[in-house]
Design a binder for this molecule. Sequence first.
Ligand code: HEC
Length: 423
Amino acid sequence: MKALLDAPGMQSPISAVIAMTLIAAAAVVVVTPARADGDPSAGKTAFANQCSNCHTTTAGKNGFGPSLAAVFGRRSGGLSDYKYSDAMANAGLTWDAATLDEFLTSSTTKVPGTLMAVTITDAVARANVIAYLGTLGVARATIARTATTPLPHGPTATELLNAASDRDNWLYASKDYSGQRYVSSTQITTANAARLRPVCIYRSDNIAATQTSPLIYKGTMYFTINEVTVAMDAATCRQRWSHTWALKDGALSKVNRGAALKDGRLIRGTPDGYLIALNMQDGSLLWSQKIADSNAGQYLSMPPLIFEDRIIYGPAGADWGSKNWIGAFSLETGEPLWRFNLVPDPSEPGAETWSDPRALQHGGASLWTPLSLDTSNGVLYVPVGNPAPPRPRSPDFFTSSVTAVGAIEYAFCNPSRYPPCAM
Ligand code: HEC
């Protein structure tokens, strides 16, 4: 099972990109060795002249560029309250004397596509600025960037595996990995169902329809309403915390279908394309990762699935002509791990099922309903939405189907047989 989620059938383009970046970085190191022996007071003057127009040295205060307080030890693109370029957000560096030296020698070689175009050609001047940056503190942790409250315990891997028979908690959008959406409960019967009445009501500030699947763990209910996430006492409807994601980018649709929980973290997608992790204790943001783009017709809506240390997730947006995929992300950091194209690239298996090759560029294949995972046989069932533009009984891989991602095998099911869809 682990192997399945570690290595999808299709070659991940992400690993190729990382490999290329490493080669580029290694070449730079040979030419320009890092100098950590600069003069901080000379560096302070250089910083005032060349950097302070765009960068403050005050934590939490960004200018045109991100704050450089405690930049040492920080992951590149790591401030959750600053909107980086995609290039910087995905650069995967940790800032230290060596990486800063390379970045300031040639920012666009080190991080191709970065918006930071300033360089310092003189090695001594560069070392001075880096020495000054070193006096601005060291990031406390490279992963839990803004977390102040310790993460609470659970739901654990065992609790998630046993979710189907759990009568106290509702741990996944469709109840459990196999998606039963049902638990045998004896309290409500045909004899007393007519006497059910509301005990408490939570009124949100949002007039939009709520399409979320609420989750319950240890008496707290967690749910999403558009870009807002709420934790409330499930017995009294009293709010424990709420978190509002401030949209940074365009959003095609704000409708959200729910969150996922594991090991003290709540994971969800945002309308503007970020996968985010909140501390279940107080709703504080742990990390955010830009994974989808409204300019490409995408938004995030489905409830994620978390298995062991990884999140399985993908975008919706077929109605706006997106080309969608399903992928895995690290639960701890949000780093992308692998991706499987639900509309194949022209060179991938399934591309031949598309009668019009141009449609492959915007073929749809949205994810917006919960996934199912057969943990004993290691098969992930992916309910894939319609092609764009929609057409009934689509033959186009993998639209309007249940796709099984496991090793290199996948299955295509005829929509007329769905559900249930045989392998
Ligand atoms: C004209 C504005 C501007 C100037 C001047 C500038 N920067 Fe930047 N810097 C930026 C922007 C914008 C970013 C974010 C880049 C991105 O998202 O691609 C950035 C990012 C950075 C980062 C990455 C920080 C992080 O959180 O990952 C470092 C380090 C940095 N700059 C150092 C410097 C230093 C040192 C100087 C002075 C020699 C400098 N910058 C001058 C605009 C500027």
